[in-house]
Structure formats: structure tokens, C-alpha cells
Design a protein around this ligand. Structure first.
Ligand SMILES: Cc1ncc(C[n+]2csc(CCOP(=O)(O)OP(=O)(O)O)c2C)c(N)n1
Ligand SMILES: CC(=O)[C@@H](O)[C@H](O)COP(=O)(O)O
Ligand SMILES: [Mg+2]
Length: 628
């Protein structure tokens, strides 16, 4: 069988030798490759299908041995990885020890900055451009940022800087009119207006092409270019980017390799900051992703023939339960409002958005703003719930501290994806929130042990007169154990899930399920150890009476949390025990001060000692030690 052009590319340099026709065929090959591979591994399919021609053009025009491309978020870097010598690693995409789904400097010399969280590319690229100038180098620095990522405050802060200081760099604004869901905000409306000016630019490119065929024509084309700014001012709604000090090229058809290469060549010669506004289609070339780009933003393995998910995981997830619970709360109390920072689907708020459109606020990728917005709302009588992934709330550390906790304002944080999340890897693991919230005044932190308790916790949180964080895991419950839903929660009332002797396991959130399963495993191993299992339903403040009782009764304690150990629940308990001079043996299970990589969640739990099997091993070891 004849090899495709993609098969024939042995290194990144081979692409340079292809002509425009071959590059267009290559784009088709790449789409087939992506659909084939990502349907097996899962991953960010739609965004990558949209940047195929853009990535090819960038690699054709720029020299990756000197120039640098910074991909914002980095979820759209698969094509780049494929064309920069990582084709053979795609079977391991997002798996343990496999190819990362995001740029990783340790993975390739062609990756220049690690990303995962949004809106960092312009700042990082600007830093590199300034270093280049000070160190008297001469390379090109390019940031590629999506229309969604441009809604993030950092991106706007960086634009403000780059335009004013006129640093030479190129920003590609990849506008597909989508964040994960539909893009929102005034800036996105502005981009739509620019898109509507597309006719003007298309005509202009075509006129230029004709004029450039003769010497006389070239002169005329140059004059037209000189008047470009004034013509644009007349035709365009307003030139926000140019007024900020950046040269604006666009809107450009982001699927036309020839146009893209032309404009990239021109941008390379501009001595100052340039923004190239490309229009692309998210999901391009795969019918199901084109029809539903949100659904194909980040997928579990699918059948590529019909686009259906192959995942067998249950639809009863913490996120969905939260989504149902907040609708119920909102029905009962008209002051309840919901906020998301561009994650309505992932956080389970999409149905709320339909049912209560006036009480739903998608602020774009703007976690900091979301927190302070919530503070303002709560100050004026509303009951705001900000649903946010644990890892993204890190962005708003100071807003949580300064604008909410110090002022003791009753904002509810529904912290989704708390604990390890799996294949997104180190940038997305939600393993810091207990620690960073533990140090903040006034806030209460709680964690439902199973999906059916989410509503109970939300109701409780909405009744508190202080900030409250409810943290819960990605996905749902363990399959082969039964959890009995608590009827109530209150401060200082840890739940005894199971009575036992000698060893008390204090677990929080989904780790309670791991403890229950560990107990089952211990019994299956014919062991006569019977552990006591405590559900630390509220982690901040701790239930000090419960700890006193456990210590006085002489238990050895094992704490289990899906969080780093430093600053976590276990270390807080150790600190309390030391104050009270209890000398019971205590073992803390959680994550050491190490980076937790990508991989499937169960393998990661096992590696880091939090799987039910590893908890069972620990219990048996601790018991054996105690009997020596
Ligand atoms: C700080 C932060 N908040 C939220 C996210 C989740 N997130 C990842 S990609 C994305 C949408 C990005 O949209 P855009 O930049 O337009 O890229 P596209 O997917 O359209 O290619 C969001 C909200 C994130 N990665 N980082
Ligand atoms: C790149 C990014 O930040 C998101 O797309 C994230 O990968 C979504 O994660 P979930 O699949 O857990 O919603
Ligand atoms: Mg987009």
C-alpha cells in the first residue's frame, strides 16, 4: 500500500520540503491520524482538529531550532507534537508514562513552556521575547491563544504590556467562537464584529494577489498597505488591538495554508507586536465533532465510526449530583445564584443555566473575577455558589483569601475535580485545595463521602454564615461497596461509618469509600483485624472531640485524604495531637511533596498508596507492627 505523506515524514525538517498541495494533503492525513488515535486513548479532539492547517503553516514558516511557539492551555498541541517527531508515541497519549496531552519541556526540545491552565501564553512568550532582546538574539517568539483563553485576565494583562512596550513578538489569536462551551463576554462579541469584516480582508488579499503579479501592481499594493490602517479604521468596527499598540492582521481563514503562510511571513518581518486573527472551526473534518464541538472538546475513548463514547462509567457523578442539587436549592430560595468560569458542562451547571438563565453567570476563563463577583453578590444579599475545578481555583488564591475569607463573606465554593483527576496529569491534579484553604480564616471545608450526599452538603453550606468549600472528586462512586448516605451533617460531628478495634482510619470524601473497600479486602484476606472507619465529613474545623476520643481509647490512627500531605487534614490532626500531647501512633496517607503525573486514576491511587488495596496493606502492616 502507498505510504501517506504523513507516513513519509520522518522528521520535522521533512515538512519544510512539501509544497502547498502536499501540505493540504498532509492536513487530511493528520485529521485521519488524530481521529484514529484519540478515539482509542481519549483526549482533546475537537481543538486539535481545528488547528491542523495553522500548525502546519507555523512549522513551514518558522524554524523550530531557533524560534519558539507557546501554546495557550496546550490542549491543542497534538498536531504540533505529531509534526515535531512524536508520531510514534501517540498510542500512549495521556497514559501513565506516556505522551502528555499538554506541552512538556521534558518531553521534547520543541516544547518551550509547560501549560495546562489557560491564558499564560502571551505573558510567557513576552518574557522570552524580552530575554531575546536583552541577550541580543534574533529569533521569533509566537504565542498561540484561543478566543476562550483570551477571556482570561492574565492574557489581557499581557496584551496591555506588549502593546504599550512594543516588544517584537507574534500572537496568533485562534478564534473558533468556542471556549469549551460557547465563548462568552464582550471580547467575544467584539471578535464576532471583526469576523464580520472578513469580506473586506478577503477582497483585499485577492486584490493584492492580482496587483503583486506585475511591478506596477506591486507599487500600488505597497501604497494600499501604507493606507491600510486608515482604510481599516473606516471599515472595521474599531481597532482595539491596533489602538493598544499591536499590528492586527485578519481575520484570516485559518484553514487556508497558503494564506496563513503568506501572513506569517509578513508578520515575521514586522518590528513590533503583531496579532494575527485566524478563524478556524473547532472539530473540523470530523462530522460529530463539527456538530457538537463541546462534547468533543475532551473525550473518553469513542467508536470513531459513530462518535459514541465507549466509556462504561456511570452517569451518577459528583458533578451531576451537584447540578441537580443546585437546581433544587434555587427552586426553594430565589437568592441562590450559580457562577462558572467557562466550565458549565464539566461542573454540572448546564441544566441550571437553562432553568435559571438570569441566575446563571458564565464569566469566561476568569476564576479571579468569579470569586470577587461572588463576594460582591453575597455582600448584597444573594447566595452565590461558584462551581470550579480544584486546580483552577488555585488561580484565585488571593481573591478567596482577601475578598472572601478575611471579610467572612458567605460564598459557597463547589470544588469539583478535587483529588487526582487522571489523564490531564500534573497541571490538573486537584490535590492542593485542602492545604491552601486550611490556612484561610473563617472558611469551612467539607467533603461528601459519596455522590448521594452532595445535595445534603450544598444545603448545609448555603445555611452557613461564612465561606464554605465543598470538595468532591471527578467521576462517581466505587462500584462494589455500599455507602449509607448520612441524613445530616454538622460541625463537630464526624460520622462513624464502622466500629472496630485498635486501628481507626479517618478518611475524607471519596477516600471513605476506599477505606470501606480496604476493610472488605482485609476480611477477604481472612484477617481478623477489624478497623474503625471515621468519615471526616467536615475537614475544617476538625472534630476535636472525635480526635480526643479516638486518642484516649488508644487507637492507632491512619488518615486518608486525596490531597497533598503538607497542610492537609492528616497533618492538622498530628498538630492537634501534639498540642494535646497524645502519643498514639499515627500514619498520614496522601501525596508527598512530589509531582503527581498523568495516568488512570486507579493506577495513580495504587502508586501513591491510596488505593483500597494499599490502604489494606498499610492497615495490616500497622497492625503487625503493633503486635511486635
Ligand atoms: C485557568 C483555567 N480555567 C479553565 C480551564 C479549562 N479550559 C481548558 S480549555 C478551555 C477553553 C479554551 O478555549 P479556547 O482557548 O478558545 O480554545 P479551544 O478549545 O476553542 O481551541 C477551558 C475553559 C483551564 N485550562 N484553565
Ligand atoms: C484542558 C482543560 O483544562 C480541560 O479541557 C480539562 O481537560 C477538562 O477536564 P475534564 O475532562 O475533567 O472536564
Ligand atoms: Mg476557542
Amino acid at each position: 500500500m502507498e505510504q501517506s505523506i504523513l507516513d513519509r515524514l520522518n522528521s520535522y525538517y521533512d515538512l519544510k520540503r512539501l509544497n502547498n498541495v502536499e501540505l493540504t494533503i498532509l492536513a487530511d492525513d493528520i485529521r485521519k491520524f488524530l481521529i484514529d488515535k484519540v478515539s482509542k486513548t481519549g483526549g482533546h479532539l475537537a481543538s486539535n482538529l481545528g488547528v491542523v492547517e495553522l500548525t502546519i503553516s507555523l512549522l513551514k514558516v518558522f524554524n523550530m531550532d531557533e524560534d519558539k511557539i507557546i501554546w495557550d492551555v496546550g490542549h491543542q498541541s497534538y498536531v504540533y507534537k505529531l509534526l515535531t517527531d512524536r508520531k510514534d508515541e501517540f498510542d500512549s497519549l495521556r497514559q501513565l508514562n506516556g505522551l502528555s496531552g499538554f506541552p512538556k519541556c521534558c518531553e521534547s526540545r520543541y516544547d518551550f513552556f509547560n501549560t495546562g491552565h489557560s491564558s499564560t501564553s502571551i505573558s510567557a512568550a513576552l518574557g522570552m521575547a524580552r530575554a531575546r532582546d536583552i541577550l541580543k538574539k534574533n529569533n521569533n517568539i509566537i504565542a498561540v491563544i484561543g478566543d476562550g483563553a483570551l477571556t482570561g485576565g492574565m492574557a489581557l494583562e499581557a496584551l496591555n504590556d506588549v502593546g504599550y512596550n512594543k516588544t517584537k513578538m507574534i500572537i496568533i489569536l485562534n478564534d473558533n467562537e468556542m471556549s469549551i462551551s460557547e465563548n462568552v463576554g464582550g471580547l467575544s462579541t467584539y471578535l464576532s464584529k471583526l469576523r464580520m469584516g472578513n469580506g473586506y480582508n478577503k477582497i483585499k488579499t485577492e486584490v493584492n494577489e492580482v496587483l503583486n503579479q506585475t511591478n506596477f501592481g506591486k507599487g500600488v499594493a505597497n501604497s494600499i498597505d501604507r493606507f491600510k490602517d486608515s482604510i481599516k479604521q473606516l471599515v472595521m468596527p474599531s481597532m482595539l488591538f491596533e489602538d493598544m499598540g499591536l499590528k492586527y492582521f485578519g481575520p484570516i481563514d485559518g484553514h487556508n495554508i497558503k494564506y496563513l503562510c503568506d501572513v506569517l511571513f509578513r508578520a515575521r518581518n514586522v518590528d513590533g507586536p503583531v496579532i494575527i486573527h485566524t478563524i478556524t472551526q473547532k472539530g473540523r473534518g470530523y462530522k460529530y465533532a463539527e456538530q457538537n464541538p463541546s462534547k468533543f472538546h475532551s473525550i473518553a475513548p469513542i467508536n470513531p465510526v459513530n462518535g459514541q463514547s465507549l466509556s462504561k462509567s456511570s452517569s451518577v457523578t459528583y458533578s451531576n449530583e451537584f447540578g441537580k442539587a443546585i437546581i433544587e436549592s434555587a427552586k426553594k430560595d430565589s437568592r441562590v445564584v450559580a457562577i462558572t468560569a467557562a466550565m458549565p458542562e464539566g461542573t454540572g451547571l448546564n441544566k441550571f443555566a437553562i432553568e435559571f438563565p438570569k441566575r446563571f453567570f458564565d464569566v469566561g476563563i476568569a476564576e479571579q473575577h468569579a470569586v470577587t463577583l461572588a463576594a460582591g453578590m453575597a455582600k448584597s444579599g444573594l447566595k452565590p455558589v461558584f462551581a470550579v475545578y480544584s486546580t483552577f481555583l488555585q488561580r484565585a488564591f488571593d481573591q478567596v483569601l482577601h475578598d472572601v475569607c478575611l471579610q467572612n463573606i458567605p460564598v459557597v465554593f463547589a470544588i469539583d475535580r478535587a483529588g487526582i483527576v487522571g489523564s490531564d496529569g500534573e497541571t490538573h491534579q486537584g490535590i492542593f485545595d485542602i492545604s491552601y484553604l486550611n490556612i484561610m480564616p473563617n472558611i469551612k471545608v467539607a467533603s461528601p463521602k459519596c455522590t448521594s450526599e452532595v445535595g445534603l452538603y450544598l444545603n448545609w453550606a448555603l445555611k452557613q454564615n461564612c465561606p464554605v468549600a465543598i470538595r468532591y472528586s471527578r467521576g462517581g462512586d466505587l462500584k462494589d461497596i455500599e455507602m449509607i448516605k448520612s441524613e445530616s451533617i454538622s460541625e463537630g460531628n464526624w460520622e462513624t461509618v464502622k466500629n472496630g478495634q485498635k486501628i481507626a482510619v479517618i478518611a475524607t470524601g471519596r477516600m471513605v469509600q476506599h477505606a470501606v473497600k480496604a476493610d472488605k479486602i482485609i476480611r477477604e484476606r481472612n484477617n481478623d483485624i477489624s478497623i474503625k472507619i471515621i468519615n471526616a465529613n467536615i475537614i475544617k474545623p476538625l472534630d476535636y472531640n472525635a480526635i480526643d476520643n479516638i486518642c484516649r481509647e488508644g487507637y492507632t490512627i491512619i488518615t486518608v485524604e486525596d490531597n497533598i500531605l503538607d497542610g492537609g487534614m492528616g497533618r492538622e490532626i498530628v498538630s492537634y495531637m501534639s498540642q494535646k500531647k497524645y502519643n498514639n501512633t499515627i500514619v498520614n496517607l496522601g501525596y508527598e511533596d512530589k509531582i503527581i503525573p498523568q495516568g488512570d486514576v486507579n493506577s495513580l491511587y495504587d502508586i501513591y498508596g491510596l488505593s483500597p488495596e494499599k490502604i489494606a496493606d498499610m492497615v495490616i502492616n500497622v497492625n503487625n507492627e503493633g503486635e511486635k
